[in-house]
Design a protein around this ligand. Sequence first.
Ligand code: ZN
Length: 113
Amino acid sequence: MVADIHHNLKTALEKQREQLQTELAESGTPPADGMGYGTHQADDGTVAFEQAADLAMRENAKRMLYQIERALFRMEEGTYGICRQCGNKIDPARLKAIPYTRYCLHCAARAQE
Ligand SMILES: [Zn+2]
């Protein structure tokens, strides 16, 4: 039964990984020749803002991608679903909500304090 849960989570993680990779690939493409950008002085602020937002999004996506890859690795290794802090099993409901989490609810709550 545990294997079933992990199989479902693995599918979910792989799907999420694919989405993030697509997202990163798309946002990484610079606009061709800066078409439509920077022609007006007034637009510069907007472009800068969009670039900053894009960068933040990419950083987020990269971080999440890393977490997902680590989680998939732990599945291969057989340590998935075990809290890194206390070594207890992570609640399956929590894994379902955050498949790439490394900590049980208790330790995650403590870490945030
Ligand atoms: Zn724990």
